[in-house]
Ligand binder design. Structure first.
Ligand SMILES: NC(=O)c1ccc[n+]([C@@H]2O[C@H](COP(=O)([O-])OP(=O)(O)OC[C@H]3O[C@@H](n4cnc5c(N)ncnc54)[C@H](OP(=O)(O)O)[C@@H]3O)[C@@H](O)[C@H]2O)c1
Length: 224
Protein backbone atom coordinates (compact mmCIF):
# COMPACT_ATOMS: atom_id res chain seq x y z
CA UNK A 1 0.00 0.00 0.00
CA UNK A 2 1.25 3.47 -0.92
CA UNK A 3 2.14 5.59 2.14
CA UNK A 4 0.42 8.97 2.00
CA UNK A 5 2.94 11.63 1.10
CA UNK A 6 3.49 14.80 3.12
CA UNK A 7 4.33 18.29 1.83
CA UNK A 8 5.53 21.24 3.87
CA UNK A 9 5.08 24.49 1.93
CA UNK A 10 5.93 27.78 3.58
CA UNK A 11 3.78 30.86 2.90
CA UNK A 12 0.49 29.06 2.24
CA UNK A 13 -1.57 32.06 3.32
CA UNK A 14 -1.43 33.75 -0.07
CA UNK A 15 -0.54 33.50 -3.76
CA UNK A 16 1.44 30.54 -5.12
CA UNK A 17 1.77 28.89 -1.70
CA UNK A 18 -1.99 29.02 -1.14
CA UNK A 19 -2.70 27.45 -4.55
CA UNK A 20 -0.08 24.77 -3.78
CA UNK A 21 -1.80 23.90 -0.49
CA UNK A 22 -5.15 23.51 -2.28
CA UNK A 23 -3.75 21.39 -5.11
CA UNK A 24 -1.75 18.97 -2.95
CA UNK A 25 -4.71 18.45 -0.59
CA UNK A 26 -6.87 17.71 -3.66
CA UNK A 27 -4.23 15.20 -4.81
CA UNK A 28 -4.49 13.34 -1.49
CA UNK A 29 -1.31 14.53 0.24
CA UNK A 30 -0.93 15.59 3.85
CA UNK A 31 -0.01 19.27 3.83
CA UNK A 32 1.65 21.54 6.40
CA UNK A 33 1.91 25.26 5.84
CA UNK A 34 2.83 28.39 7.75
CA UNK A 35 2.54 32.15 7.49
CA UNK A 36 2.16 35.16 9.77
CA UNK A 37 -1.47 35.84 8.82
CA UNK A 38 -3.37 34.13 11.64
CA UNK A 39 -6.77 34.63 9.97
CA UNK A 40 -5.65 33.01 6.71
CA UNK A 41 -4.14 30.05 8.59
CA UNK A 42 -7.38 29.59 10.60
CA UNK A 43 -9.42 29.74 7.37
CA UNK A 44 -7.34 26.97 5.78
CA UNK A 45 -7.55 24.86 8.94
CA UNK A 46 -11.35 25.08 9.03
CA UNK A 47 -11.54 24.39 5.29
CA UNK A 48 -9.42 21.22 5.41
CA UNK A 49 -9.84 19.96 9.01
CA UNK A 50 -7.15 18.37 11.18
CA UNK A 51 -6.83 15.03 9.48
CA UNK A 52 -4.70 15.91 6.46
CA UNK A 53 -3.79 19.55 7.06
CA UNK A 54 -1.72 21.43 9.61
CA UNK A 55 -1.63 25.21 9.50
CA UNK A 56 0.82 27.07 11.71
CA UNK A 57 0.96 30.78 12.43
CA UNK A 58 4.70 31.28 12.18
CA UNK A 59 7.33 33.74 11.03
CA UNK A 60 10.15 31.86 9.34
CA UNK A 61 12.67 34.49 10.52
CA UNK A 62 12.16 33.51 14.15
CA UNK A 63 14.17 30.59 15.51
CA UNK A 64 11.50 29.50 18.02
CA UNK A 65 8.86 29.54 15.26
CA UNK A 66 11.08 27.37 13.07
CA UNK A 67 11.48 24.93 15.97
CA UNK A 68 7.67 24.81 16.34
CA UNK A 69 7.20 24.18 12.62
CA UNK A 70 9.58 21.21 12.80
CA UNK A 71 8.19 19.79 16.06
CA UNK A 72 4.51 20.17 15.13
CA UNK A 73 5.08 18.70 11.68
CA UNK A 74 6.96 15.73 13.11
CA UNK A 75 4.33 15.15 15.78
CA UNK A 76 1.42 15.24 13.32
CA UNK A 77 2.79 13.53 10.22
CA UNK A 78 6.24 12.14 11.07
CA UNK A 79 8.79 12.58 8.27
CA UNK A 80 7.94 14.69 5.23
CA UNK A 81 8.56 13.91 1.57
CA UNK A 82 8.83 17.39 0.10
CA UNK A 83 9.48 20.90 1.36
CA UNK A 84 8.71 23.90 -0.83
CA UNK A 85 10.54 27.01 0.37
CA UNK A 86 7.95 29.39 -1.02
CA UNK A 87 7.66 32.17 1.59
CA UNK A 88 9.45 35.29 0.43
CA UNK A 89 9.43 39.06 0.47
CA UNK A 90 9.78 41.59 -2.33
CA UNK A 91 11.71 43.94 -0.08
CA UNK A 92 11.50 47.70 -0.62
CA UNK A 93 8.63 48.92 -2.80
CA UNK A 94 8.32 50.93 -4.97
CA UNK A 95 11.44 49.22 -6.32
CA UNK A 96 14.42 51.54 -5.69
CA UNK A 97 17.61 51.73 -7.77
CA UNK A 98 20.63 50.06 -6.11
CA UNK A 99 22.21 53.33 -4.94
CA UNK A 100 18.89 54.43 -3.42
CA UNK A 101 18.34 51.11 -1.63
CA UNK A 102 18.33 51.53 2.12
CA UNK A 103 20.82 49.26 3.94
CA UNK A 104 18.23 48.18 6.53
CA UNK A 105 15.74 47.31 3.78
CA UNK A 106 18.42 45.22 2.08
CA UNK A 107 19.14 43.43 5.38
CA UNK A 108 15.42 42.82 5.97
CA UNK A 109 15.02 41.36 2.47
CA UNK A 110 17.99 39.01 3.03
CA UNK A 111 16.64 38.11 6.49
CA UNK A 112 13.64 36.39 4.88
CA UNK A 113 14.77 35.35 1.41
CA UNK A 114 18.27 34.15 2.35
CA UNK A 115 18.86 33.59 6.07
CA UNK A 116 15.40 32.31 7.07
CA UNK A 117 15.22 30.06 4.01
CA UNK A 118 18.77 28.80 4.52
CA UNK A 119 18.02 28.03 8.18
CA UNK A 120 14.82 26.21 7.26
CA UNK A 121 16.52 24.26 4.49
CA UNK A 122 19.21 23.00 6.88
CA UNK A 123 16.76 22.02 9.59
CA UNK A 124 14.10 20.54 7.32
CA UNK A 125 16.67 18.21 5.81
CA UNK A 126 16.55 16.51 9.24
CA UNK A 127 12.86 15.58 8.92
CA UNK A 128 12.89 14.60 5.24
CA UNK A 129 12.22 11.03 4.18
CA UNK A 130 14.61 9.46 1.63
CA UNK A 131 14.11 10.06 -1.24
CA UNK A 132 13.20 13.58 -0.22
CA UNK A 133 13.03 16.85 -2.07
CA UNK A 134 13.53 20.53 -1.26
CA UNK A 135 12.18 23.03 -3.81
CA UNK A 136 13.11 26.70 -3.59
CA UNK A 137 10.89 29.26 -5.30
CA UNK A 138 13.36 31.31 -7.30
CA UNK A 139 12.84 34.08 -9.85
CA UNK A 140 14.22 35.28 -13.17
CA UNK A 141 15.25 38.38 -11.16
CA UNK A 142 17.91 36.12 -9.60
CA UNK A 143 19.73 35.97 -12.94
CA UNK A 144 18.55 39.01 -14.94
CA UNK A 145 19.77 42.47 -13.82
CA UNK A 146 16.35 44.20 -13.93
CA UNK A 147 16.69 47.85 -12.82
CA UNK A 148 15.01 48.36 -9.44
CA UNK A 149 15.19 44.71 -8.45
CA UNK A 150 18.55 44.92 -6.59
CA UNK A 151 17.45 43.85 -3.10
CA UNK A 152 15.02 41.15 -4.20
CA UNK A 153 17.09 39.89 -7.16
CA UNK A 154 20.34 39.62 -5.24
CA UNK A 155 18.63 37.84 -2.32
CA UNK A 156 17.00 35.37 -4.70
CA UNK A 157 20.36 34.87 -6.42
CA UNK A 158 22.11 34.02 -3.13
CA UNK A 159 19.50 31.44 -2.13
CA UNK A 160 19.32 30.04 -5.64
CA UNK A 161 23.06 29.37 -5.60
CA UNK A 162 22.95 27.73 -2.15
CA UNK A 163 20.28 25.37 -3.50
CA UNK A 164 22.24 24.63 -6.70
CA UNK A 165 25.32 23.79 -4.65
CA UNK A 166 23.31 21.64 -2.23
CA UNK A 167 21.95 19.79 -5.26
CA UNK A 168 25.49 18.93 -6.40
CA UNK A 169 26.62 18.01 -2.89
CA UNK A 170 23.61 15.71 -2.36
CA UNK A 171 23.82 13.58 -5.51
CA UNK A 172 23.27 9.92 -4.66
CA UNK A 173 22.27 10.63 -1.04
CA UNK A 174 18.47 10.43 -1.39
CA UNK A 175 18.15 14.19 -0.91
CA UNK A 176 17.38 16.34 -3.90
CA UNK A 177 17.22 20.15 -4.01
CA UNK A 178 15.93 22.20 -6.92
CA UNK A 179 15.10 25.77 -7.85
CA UNK A 180 11.74 26.45 -9.48
CA UNK A 181 11.00 29.70 -11.32
CA UNK A 182 7.23 30.22 -11.57
CA UNK A 183 7.42 33.06 -14.12
CA UNK A 184 5.28 36.20 -13.77
CA UNK A 185 2.34 35.21 -11.57
CA UNK A 186 -0.76 37.17 -10.60
CA UNK A 187 -0.18 37.55 -6.83
CA UNK A 188 -0.02 40.17 -4.10
CA UNK A 189 3.77 40.34 -4.45
CA UNK A 190 3.60 40.88 -8.21
CA UNK A 191 1.00 43.64 -7.76
CA UNK A 192 3.30 45.34 -5.26
CA UNK A 193 6.29 45.11 -7.62
CA UNK A 194 4.54 45.99 -10.88
CA UNK A 195 1.27 47.75 -10.00
CA UNK A 196 0.42 48.62 -13.62
CA UNK A 197 0.97 45.10 -15.02
CA UNK A 198 -1.72 43.65 -17.28
CA UNK A 199 -3.08 40.96 -14.92
CA UNK A 200 -4.52 39.01 -17.85
CA UNK A 201 -1.00 38.48 -19.16
CA UNK A 202 0.18 36.96 -15.86
CA UNK A 203 0.16 33.28 -14.93
CA UNK A 204 -2.56 32.01 -12.60
CA UNK A 205 -1.42 30.58 -9.27
CA UNK A 206 -3.44 27.39 -9.94
CA UNK A 207 -1.48 26.76 -13.17
CA UNK A 208 1.82 27.31 -11.36
CA UNK A 209 0.77 24.83 -8.66
CA UNK A 210 0.00 22.22 -11.35
CA UNK A 211 3.42 22.71 -12.93
CA UNK A 212 5.08 22.46 -9.53
CA UNK A 213 3.15 19.27 -8.75
CA UNK A 214 4.30 17.61 -12.00
CA UNK A 215 7.89 18.68 -11.36
CA UNK A 216 7.83 17.28 -7.81
CA UNK A 217 6.44 13.90 -8.94
CA UNK A 218 9.09 13.67 -11.67
CA UNK A 219 11.92 14.59 -9.31
CA UNK A 220 10.79 12.08 -6.66
CA UNK A 221 10.56 9.35 -9.30
CA UNK A 222 14.06 10.06 -10.67
CA UNK A 223 15.48 9.83 -7.15
CA UNK A 224 13.57 6.64 -6.27
N1 LIG B 1 4.50 36.30 -8.22
C1 LIG B 1 5.53 36.19 -9.05
O1 LIG B 1 5.47 36.63 -10.21
C2 LIG B 1 6.79 35.48 -8.58
C3 LIG B 1 7.81 35.30 -9.55
C4 LIG B 1 8.97 34.64 -9.16
C5 LIG B 1 9.09 34.16 -7.86
N2 LIG B 1 8.09 34.37 -6.95
C6 LIG B 1 8.28 33.85 -5.60
O2 LIG B 1 7.18 33.03 -5.25
C7 LIG B 1 7.05 33.00 -3.83
C8 LIG B 1 5.60 33.27 -3.44
O3 LIG B 1 5.29 34.61 -3.77
P1 LIG B 1 3.84 35.11 -4.25
O4 LIG B 1 4.02 35.80 -5.53
O5 LIG B 1 2.85 34.02 -4.12
O6 LIG B 1 3.60 36.26 -3.15
P2 LIG B 1 2.58 36.49 -1.97
O7 LIG B 1 1.19 36.26 -2.42
O8 LIG B 1 2.94 37.80 -1.39
O9 LIG B 1 2.95 35.33 -0.93
C9 LIG B 1 4.09 35.38 -0.11
C10 LIG B 1 3.89 34.36 0.99
O10 LIG B 1 5.09 34.36 1.79
C11 LIG B 1 4.70 34.40 3.15
N3 LIG B 1 5.74 35.04 3.97
C12 LIG B 1 6.44 36.17 3.71
N4 LIG B 1 7.29 36.44 4.72
C13 LIG B 1 7.11 35.46 5.64
C14 LIG B 1 7.68 35.18 6.90
N5 LIG B 1 8.62 35.97 7.42
N6 LIG B 1 7.28 34.08 7.58
C15 LIG B 1 6.33 33.26 7.06
N7 LIG B 1 5.75 33.47 5.86
C16 LIG B 1 6.13 34.55 5.17
C17 LIG B 1 3.40 35.22 3.17
O11 LIG B 1 2.63 34.88 4.31
P3 LIG B 1 2.27 35.90 5.52
O12 LIG B 1 2.08 37.25 4.94
O13 LIG B 1 1.02 35.26 6.10
O14 LIG B 1 3.42 35.80 6.46
C18 LIG B 1 2.72 34.70 1.90
O15 LIG B 1 1.97 33.54 2.18
C19 LIG B 1 8.04 34.03 -3.29
O16 LIG B 1 9.21 33.38 -2.83
C20 LIG B 1 8.35 34.89 -4.51
O17 LIG B 1 9.60 35.49 -4.40
C21 LIG B 1 6.94 35.03 -7.29
Amino acid sequence: MDVKKTLLVTGGTSGIGNATVHLFIAKGWNVVTCGRDTGAIAKLQSEFGDDKFLGLTADIRLENHVSSILEETRRRFGLIDVCVLNAGTLGPAPLPPVLKTDMMELRRTYETNVFANFNLMKKIAGILRSPGLIVHMTSDAAVQPYPGWGAYGSSKAAMRQLVEILREESRGTGLSAINFDPGDVDTRMHALAVPDADRNALRKTSDVALELYALILKELEVNQ
